[in-house]
Design a protein around this ligand. Structure first.
Ligand code: ADE
Length: 411
C-alpha cells in the first residue's frame, strides 16, 4: 500500500513513521511512504506558498496552485491539466485524496478499515489557516478529522491515520488476530490486561486469568469490556446494546438470519433500519447490505435507505426481488440456503465422510474449526440447487435453513 503525503514538513512525516511496526513495514515493502514537499511546487522565487485570505481575517491561507501541482505530481496522469475544460467538468478524483482537517468527518476504526482496501492514498496536510477552498474542491475525496480539537498542522493527523490503516494491511502485524479482537471490535473497548508479576504493589492479577479456563476468561473479559465501555464511552455502549438487542431478535430464526447475526456480532454490521420485522444492516467494509421485511409495504419504506455504494445485497424475502433487480440493474439472483454449525466444539478431523466428498469434507472441517477458534459461528450461503454439498454439510453436523436467501450484485 502506498501513502503519498503532501506537506510543508516532509521530514516530520518520514521521521515520525520510520520506527517500530510501521518502520518495519516500510523496510519489508509492505507499505511505502512518499512525502512530497508542497513548497517545491511554488512558483514564487522565495518559495512562498501562502497569502492573505479574501474577506479579511487573521492568518494566512495556503494557495491553490502549489497544492494542486503537488497533488498532480502524485495523482497526475489520472487527472489532466487545469487548461483542459472537459476534465474540469468531469472532476476525475480517481485517487482517494484525504484532507485532514478539524472540519472533517470523524476518523474511526471503521473508516480505517475502508481506507485499508485502497492500493494508494493521498494525504493533504494544511498549515496556517488552511487551504484555498477551490483546490480542495478539485482534488479532495474525503475530509477527515481525528478529533474535536485543533492542531497546528495536518501532519500529526495524517500520521495517525497512516498508522491506523497500515496495521490493517496484511503482514504488517505479525499476529493477524490482534487486529480483530481489540478495542472497537463489536463497539466495545478492550478489557484490562495483566502481565508478570502476579502481585505488584499489593495488587493481584484477577484469579480467573490464572485459571486456564478459557470460557471463564472470555466471559470475564466481556464483562470487563462492557463495564469499561459503559463508564468511559456511553455513546459506544448504546450502539453495542442496540446490536445485542437486534441479535437477540434475529436469533428467533437463527438459521435463516445467521448472516445478519454474525455480521453484527463480528462488529461489522451497522444497523440502518430496525423497525419490527423491517431490518436493514450494512457491512460498509464489504459493501454488502442484508435486508428483510415484514411485507411489501415495509420493504417499500426501506428501499430509499439502501446505500448507493452498496455492491451486494442479501435479501431474505422473495417479494423484494423484482424491485431489487430494478434498483441494482442486475439479473443475477442466486437462491441460497444458509448453512450454519451451531456447536461450540470443533469437529474431529476424522469426520467419517468417505468417497468423492472426503476432500470437500476435510476442507469444510478445517474452515469450521478455524471459524470457531476465532469465536465466530461458522456459516455459509450454499446455492440452493447444490443438494450434494448441502447434504454433506448436514452430515458434518451443520444446520440448513428451510427458507432461502437471495444474493444480488450491482450491475
Ligand atoms: N488539523 C488540525 N487539527 C486537526 C484535527 N483535529 N483533525 C485533523 N486534521 C487537523
Amino acid at each position: 500500500m502506498k501513502f503519498h503525503v503532501l506537506t510543508l514538513f516532509p521530514e516530520m512525516v518520514l521521521n515520525g513513521l520510520n520506527t517500530s511496526i510501521i518502520g518495519r513495514a516500510v523496510e519489508n515493502n509492505l507499505i511505502e511512504i512518499n512525502a512530497v514537499n508542497i513548497r517545491d511546487f511554488s512558483m514564487d522565487k522565495h518559495g512562498k506558498v501562502d497569502d492573505y485570505t479574501y474577506g479579511g481575517g487573521a492568518g494566512m491561507l495556503m494557495q491553490a496552485q502549489p497544492v494542486y501541482d503537488a497533488w498532480k505530481s502524485v495523482a497526475g496522469g489520472k487527472k489532466d491539466t487545469l487548461a483542459d475544460a472537459e476534465d474540469l467538468l468531469t472532476k476525475d478524483k480517481s485517487v482517494r485524496t484525504i484532507y485532514v482537517t478539524p472540519q472533517g468527518y470523524p476518523f474511526t476504526q471503521q473508516y480505517a478499515k475502508e481506507l485499508a482496501k485502497e492500493d494508494e492514498l493521498v494525504f493533504l496536510c494544511g498549515h496556517y489557516e488552511g487551504i484555498d477552498a477551490r483546490v480542495l474542491d478539485e482534488v479532495v475525496t474525503d475530509y477527515i478529522s481525528i478529533g474535536d480539537y485543533v492542531l497546528t498542522g495536518g501532519e500529526l493527523p495524517a500520521m495517525v491515520m497512516i498508522d491506523a490503516v497500515s496495521r490493517l494491511v496484511p503482514g504488517v502485524l505479525h499476529n493477524e488476530d490482534s487486529a480483530e479482537t481489540e478495542s472497537f471490535h463489536r463497539n466495545l473497548l478492550e478489557y484490562p490486561q495483566y502481565s508478570r508479576p502476579e502481585v505488584w504493589h499489593d495488587k493481584a492479577v484477577p484469579k480467573v486469568l490464572l485459571s486456564g479456563n478459557h470460557r471463564e476468561i472470555e466471559k470475564w473479559r466481556l464483562e470487563q469490556s462492557i463495564a469499561v465501555t459503559k463508564e468511559r464511552r456511553p455513546d459506544l455502549y448504546e450502539v453495542y446494546q442496540a446490536q445485542e438487542a437486534l441479535i437477540k431478535k434475529l436469533s428467533k430464526n437463527k438459521r435463516h438470519n445467521i448472516h445478519m447475526m454474525e455480521s453484527l456480532s463480528r462488529g461489522r454490521g451497522e444497523i440502518l433500519v430496525n423497525d419490527g420485522g423491517n431490518i436493514l444492516i450494512y457491512d460498509r467494509g464489504a459493501g454488502v447490505c442484508m435486508i428483510t421485511a415484514e411485507d411489501e409495504h415495509g420493504f417499500r419504506d426501506m428501499q430509499g435507505t439502501i446505500p448507493a455504494d452498496c455492491e451486494r445485497i442479501i435479501a431474505s424475502r422473495s417479494f423484494m426481488l423484482a424491485k431489487l433487480v430494478d434498483i441494482f440493474g442486475s439479473e443475477v439472483v442466486t437462491e441460497c440456503k444458509n448453512v450454519c454449525y451451531t456447536e461450540r466444539n470443533p469437529i474431529s478431523k476424522r469426520h467419517g465422510i468417505q468417497g468423492d466428498l472426503a476432500d470437500a469434507a476435510t476442507e469444510a472441517v478445517l474452515w469450521i474449526n478455524r471459524e470457531l477458534e476465532m469465536g465466530h459461528l461458522p456459516y455459509k450461503h450454499v446455492v440452493a440447487e447444490n443438494e450434494i454439498l448441502l447434504h454433506m454439510l448436514e452430515q458434518l453436523g451443520c444446520y440448513v435453513s428451510k427458507e432461502s436467501v437471495w444474493l444480488l450484485e450491482r450491475a
